[in-house]
Write a protein that binds this ligand. Structure first.
Ligand SMILES: *Cc1c(COP(=O)(O)O)cnc(C)c1O
Length: 426
């Protein structure tokens, strides 16, 4: 007699193991793609095998709405310990008074921060999207642009750098409730202390969306926003090389508001497997090996910028202090999107962006945006960044020639991906 509830273990095993060759094939295709491409996408890294194992661990099934010791579900003992560990590691790593590690992603961290500090219609000062700001900094397609009155500041035309005097003038005129600093394609260290001073002058909260660079700050490679900002938003999957996901650091004073904004205002239960993988990444980021990685990442970005410059791709702002490299592709007579597509055909992944103050609409922007997180994780160094610059140039200027594709494939084979064998407990 068929029943839904069965104690027959073999039936359970069969249900657990229903084959799915279609999906197996897609996973194999993704592994194969990674194996032959060289990844310069600015926000992507290669998560360690332990991170991937933790994401697939028993914590993947657990519901744990609330916070440690204050859960809406039972059975949360180990989950409480995992979240507390992640919080303790985040606070120690960044020297923060409070950490919330539950945000599902960086965008959700910014949304929760807005929910904690703002009401619909409030004035916000944030970096212009055309000059490197993120969608959550005022895009008309995003909650930020729809719910708040966002006044965008840009970079200086002469050198591409943020001009704090201009930010101050704008802040005095707009009187924002929140000033946001941080960007997706600004390769320079940001003067967090200077932004704090502007925020104090106009009585605004200062929010640092440091999703790109917080990991570099943990290693001491660029200044940290934590001593200066009221709230810092970050992610664990970029520099930190951990799981996809966000985190928020804030002052003790704002802790309660931030926590309530994440749960129950925006999210339901945290992904406990993600919390476990975040805890691991935050622990690893405190090691000398991670500091050395962060240093190599920036050295690789500097060397890539110099090598691209030598091939006529002028670095915007003149160089970089971070893992990010942005260049002007106009000398090649191509849009950024065209270079991006030609590079993809050759197996090189990078992004297009606008060049501040150019006339073209964003879709026809002339900039390229890349980063050295993945290639550095795989062990590439400065000689390889020089090789990459010439491959980018060859792919863009001689798309019919197979030599760039062959060069990319050979480089990728010399630096294969990390083993994906689960290593928890090993
Ligand atoms: C990556 C990034 C985000 C968004 O992170 P997601 O996890 O993709 O939502 C937000 N702000 C900045 C500055 C970023 O670099």
């Amino acid at each position: 007699m068929a029943t839904l509830v069965t104690s027959d273990r073999s039936t359970q095993a069969t249900l657990a193991d229903v084959p799915d060759p279609e999906l197996d094939g897609l996973v194999a295709a993704e592994e194969e793609r990674r194996g032959r491409q060289v990844n310069l996408l600015a926000g992507e890294n290669v998560a360690s095998p332990r991170v991937r194992a933790l994401l697939g661990s028993a914590f993947a099934d657990k519901y744990a709405e609330g916070y440690p010791e204050r859960r809406h579900h039972t059975g949360c003992g180990p989950a409480d310990s995992v979240e507390s560990l992640a919080v303790a590691r985040a606070k120690a790593l960044f020297g923060a008074e409070h950490a919330n590690v539950q945000p599902y992603s960086g965008s959700v961290a910014v949304l929760a921060t807005a929910a904690a500090l703002l009401r619909p219609g409030d004035a916000v000062l944030a970096m212009s999207l055309a000059h490197g700001g993120h969608l959550t900094h005022g895009s008309s397609a995003n909650f930020s642009g729809k719910w708040f009155s966002v006044s965008p500041y840009g970079v200086r035309e002469s050198d591409g750098l943020i001009d704090l005097d201009q930010v101050r003038d704008q802040a005095r005129a707009v009187r924002p409730k929140v000033i946001v600093a941080g960007a997706i394609s600004y390769p320079r260290a940001i003067d967090w202390e200077g932004f704090r001073a502007v925020a104090d002058e106009v009585g605004a909260y200062f929010v640092a969306d440091a999703a790109q660079t917080l990991g570099l700050s943990a290693a001491g490679v660029v200044p940290s926003p934590v001593p200066y900002a009221d709230v810092v938003c970050g992610v664990t999957h970029k520099v930190l090389g951990g799981p996809r996901g966000g985190l928020i650091l804030c002052t003790r004073e704002l802790a309660e508001r931030v926590d309530r904004a994440v749960f129950p205002f925006i999210q339901g239960g945290p992904m406990v497997n993600q919390l476990a993988a975040k805890a691991y990444a935050l622990g690893r980021a405190a090691t000398p090996a991670f500091a050395a990685y962060a240093g190599r990442t920036v050295a690789n970005a500097r060397s890539l910028a110099v090598a691209l410059d030598a091939r006529g791709l002028r670095p915007l702002t003149g160089g970089t202090d971070t893992h990010l490299v942005t260049v002007d592709a106009r000398a090649l007579g191509l849009t950024g999107r065209e270079v991006e597509q030609r590079c993809e055909s050759a197996g090189l992944l990078l992004g297009h962006c606008a060049v501040p103050y150019e006339d073209a609409p964003p879709a026809r922007g002339s900039g390229l945006r890349m980063g050295t997180l993945s290639v550095t994780t795989l062990g590439m160094g400065e000689p390889e960044t020089v090789e990459i610059a010439s491959l980018i140039h060859a792919a863009a200027t001689s798309p019919a020639d197979r030599s760039a594709t062959e060069g990319v494939r050979a480089l990728a084979m010399r630096f294969p991906g990390l083993s994906t064998k689960p290593q928890c407990g090993s």
